[in-house]
Design a protein around this ligand. Sequence first.
Ligand code: SF4
Length: 392
Amino acid sequence: MLRAMSLPVLSGREGAPPADAAPVSPDDWRWQVRHAVTDLPALEAALSLTDAEREGTRRALAGGFPMSITPHYLGLCDPHDPGCPIRRQCVPRIEEADEVAGDLRDPLGEEDHEVAPNLVRRYHDRVLLIATDRCSVYCRFCTRSRMVGQDGGVRGLERLEAAFEWIEAHPEIADVIVSGGDPLVASDARVASILERLARIEHVLYVRIATRAPVTLPQRITPELCRALRTHPSVWVMTHFNHPRELAPAAQEACARLVDHGIPVMNQTVLLRGINDHAPTLETLFRGLVRQRVRPYYLLQMDPVRGTSHLRTPLDTGIALMAALQGRLSGIALPKFIVDTPGGMGKVPVGPDWIVRRAGPVTTLRTHRGVEVDYVDPPGSHGAVRETAEHH
Ligand code: SF4
């Protein structure tokens, strides 16, 4: 039996379910939120914890990066296996106290790139809007562990107005990523009001909602929410499935609901040591996502967030995995492997080097079969790339 959380993730004042709503069904997302596990006794009742998990949880609850696990996500955990790939993503461990060389509090330099309250700009044409600091599950690898779960909950529209005004004043911004925390912990009305405000800014061509709700709180993806998401004419959902076991029936239904409402869904998988750093696991995950009409978009090298070295792989692991998957998966199922460089300097696609050598017009390529094949440029075509670029 799971205990109700002691501190609600949401409050009615901030756009959450009204206080008089009393959801009684685990199929209701508000029930899931209200019964999320946020204390040690409830966690002990659900899982047989190791000392490392117990101490990690005590530390998290004593003011570190908080813990919250929905009954849905807890139900995917193996209660007896501390190596369970779902459990390792949501149960704190004492290794979170470790800091190693290269660890950063704010690995993407988001604080240095804040251009207005709750608004981060790292690229010319896009901005990140922090709509809340709350999540239904706090992922132990979170890049924003410095601030999620600590900074005031869902932002009311008035708290975001300075960010909207900044976007209005910058016509080069075409793409707004609504993130947090998880913006879908807010009510339908709050989500719609943010999208409606953005829809009034003509140069914002598309909006991305960054959310783990399809994975950790799939009950949240109701037909009503899908209709609220359509408040903006071009909304894309960016989600984070990391392991095939997360593609549970409820998660599959959530993805189908989004896509059936005309909302494209893209997935960013974080590469995690001992969780998904295994080619067959990733192959199953990516195929499963495409089956659900979700595009595997990025495989992300984990950001060097402080206290996460036990979850990070060396860069070579990702490169080797991409080499193994090339040729096994078609382009529709194969994401780009990306390093988001520390300091907020931008994303870099990384991968195996398929070019063996170059000699004049001849480039020797190694295929996924290990065969070397020459590709010969057409005569007189050197310099054509520059000319073509200039014509455009
Ligand atoms: S849902 Fe996103 S913001 Fe929230 S803890 Fe997980 S990774 Fe971090």
